[in-house]
Write a protein that binds this ligand. Structure first.
Ligand SMILES: [Zn+2]
Length: 377
């Protein structure tokens, strides 16, 4: 990305900007609307980013893309109204790029990459990422950016101050925009990233999304990083390690009394019933957990099992909570999920209903293993 070219210069400008504003900016009581300096930086950065030949936006003439755009727009609107700066009119665009990436530019410009849209596993996860980006605005990060300024030695700062004091207004604006772009695309450093995470938890709760999804997203990102250390993680490259962020979020949620219910999310994985020629299968994504024979009550038994499982799943069912009784009855946290019949045993190719229950429970073993491995079913 074009950001790397101009690495040193903008950083120096950043510290001058922060110096100029630092006194007035209180992230706990931010202005409800955008400040002129944010608008200026933002407009320039947008021109810079969208003007770059490597930047391509998603083709919204494609109905599926249009639907995706409408979804993120509605979500950003809802989340924006729940932040500490409800007066910001956010715009959100989807970048046609496979990176797992998202960033925001001052003035309310949010960019989400197609790679991230493909990676998220629920609406609440998407809301978590968007709320994090809005958190950068709500906490005035583009204007603050303190953590990066500290890395610079005072000698550099003085030299740069002298240069800029030389009245190069045109150059100043250009460097401000590059600085905003730098901050946005490279991350604001560990402490401000965690601040954006913390702000996201509050915003998600106020907007009716489950903050647990931000934790699951971080955990899955960590698994992705472990599986594909070469993957271009865009904005997340200079962020604190994802699992460290997940732990920080969890302790914040515990402190604030926010329950961690990772499976109670909208648009997340659900148990559903697949009707086949000779059976009804209860599945989650592509994994079959149990199959019942196509008898008169087969469909009802499968649907009952699926809805009981969804209730248990929402309240964070654990692998050790799934058990099989002597007669093969499958239970979750002591509640009956399904009782196998002789017809089910025949269908599953085993001698007794008791063995059918065993077979079902081993399917759950595979489901929890997949959750462990991939962070989702
Ligand atoms: Zn961030």
């Amino acid at each position: 990305m074009f950001v790397r070219r101009s690495f040193l210069l903008p950083l120096v400008a950043l510290s001058l900007v922060t110096a100029a504003h630092a006194g007035k900016l209180d992230p706990d009581h931010p202005p409800a609307t955008v400040l002129p300096s944010e608008t200026k930086m933002g407009d320039e950065s947008v021109k810079e980013f969208e003007g770059d030949k490597t930047t391509k936006m998603l083709d919204l003439k494609v109905p599926a893309n249009r639907a995706m755009q409408d979804k993120v727009e509605a979500m950003v609107k809802k989340l924006g109204a729940a932040t500490t700066r409800p007066g910001i009119a956010y715009t959100v665009k989807i970048v046609d790029n496979t990176d797992i990436n998202a960033f925001t530019l001052p003035g309310g410009h949010v960019y989400v990459f197609k790679g991230l849209m493909d990676f998220i596993s629920s609406d609440d996860e998407l809301a978590g990422v968007l709320a994090h980006e809005l958190g950068h605005n709500a906490r005035l990060h583009a204007l603050r950016g303190q953590s990066r300024a500290k890395k610079l030695s005072w000698i550099n700062l003085a030299a740069m101050a002298a240069m800029l004091a030389g009245g190069q207004n045109g150059a100043n604006v250009a460097q401000f925009s590059q600085l905003a772009l730098l901050g946005a695309m490279n991350g604001y450093g560990v402490s401000l990233e965690k601040e954006a995470d913390a702000s996201a938890v509050e915003t998600m709760q106020k907007a009716g999304y489950n903050p647990s999804a931000l934790v699951t997203f971080m955990r899955r990102l960590q698994i992705e990083e472990n599986h594909h250390p070469d993957i271009k993680l865009g904005i997340f490259a200079t962020h604190p390690p994802s699992d460290e962020r997940a732990e920080a979020l969890l302790s914040q949620m515990k402190r604030d009394g926010v329950p961690f219910t990772p499976n109670d999310v909208k648009g997340g994985a659900q148990f559903t019933v697949d009707e086949k020629s000779d059976r009804f299968a209860v599945v989650m994504n592509s994994l079959t957990v149990l199959e019942v024979a196509k008898t008169d009550d087969g469909k009802t038994r499968a649907q009952d099992a699926a809805s009981r499982l969804n209730d248990l799943w929402k309240s964070d069912l654990k692998a050790y909570e799934v058990a099989v009784a002597g007669d093969g009855t499958l239970t979750g946290r002591g509640q009956t999920i399904a009782r196998p019949s002789a017809d089910d045993a025949k269908l599953n190719g085993v001698a007794t209903p008791a063995l059918t229950g065993q077979k079902w429970s081993s399917n759950f073993g595979r489901l929890f293993w997949r959750m462990q491995l991939n962070g989702k079913a």
